[in-house]
Design a protein around this ligand. Sequence first.
Ligand SMILES: C[S@@+](CC[C@H](N)C(=O)[O-])C[C@H]1O[C@@H](n2cnc3c(N)ncnc32)[C@H](O)[C@@H]1O
Length: 219
Amino acid sequence: MIRFGHLDIDFDERVLRPRAWTARQSEWAAELSAGLPDGPMLELCSGAGQIGLLAASMTSRRLVCVDANPVACAFTRANAERAGLADLVEVRHGSMEHALDPDERFCLVIADPPWVPTAQVERYPEDPRTAIDGGADGMLVAEACLDTIDRHLSPDGSAVLQLGTAAQAARLREMVGDLRVQEIRDSPGEGVLVHLARAAESSMSGDPSGYRRAEGKVG
Ligand SMILES: C[S@@+](CC[C@H](N)C(=O)[O-])C[C@H]1O[C@@H](n2cnc3c(N)ncnc32)[C@H](O)[C@@H]1O
């Protein structure tokens, strides 16, 4: 058990150990929530669920959590129950490509994909490989998240995506399409958070970045 914000979060070695700095992702989502319409929030790659649960506790929005690891989903359900949030939270086990109905829309999305390049995963022997392996450049599952966000973000919605490094965030900026990078917050040595919105809703002028829909699927 670990303290995450004001929540007690249970986990074990089969899921990623909650990282204290990632409470900033919950806090940023809650900050953005204040300016968004009512509606549910989506968390992709939720693990033990702490980032989304902390955001849900701060916003009182309904939360749909998606993770491919059934153990992670069980922890999220138990952690939601312990936090008194079970009525707000729906946990879906499966890959993000299959866990959502095509017509579901969310005005707020949190995403925390694996982002360690495959060649570096051996540096983290204590972490489950499926929780950290982001493919050759660490962006494989992040790209699947972008695709899912593009499909399911409501027109005026916001998403906060976690990556590992500023270089990965710079790569994200190079991708073109219907999403736009609004702001990047770097916590050097820990990770990077990226605020995404639809290009039409962007208020940041002069930023040519956006998201090109991924052609591949991540199973
Ligand atoms: C970096 S961990 C994040 C977990 C949690 N948010 C945390 O901070 O501890 C990534 C999570 O993504 C999940 N995952 C990987 N690929 C996925 C996919 N295609 N669809 C849904 N979940 C996926 C893994 O099972 C893992 O729990």
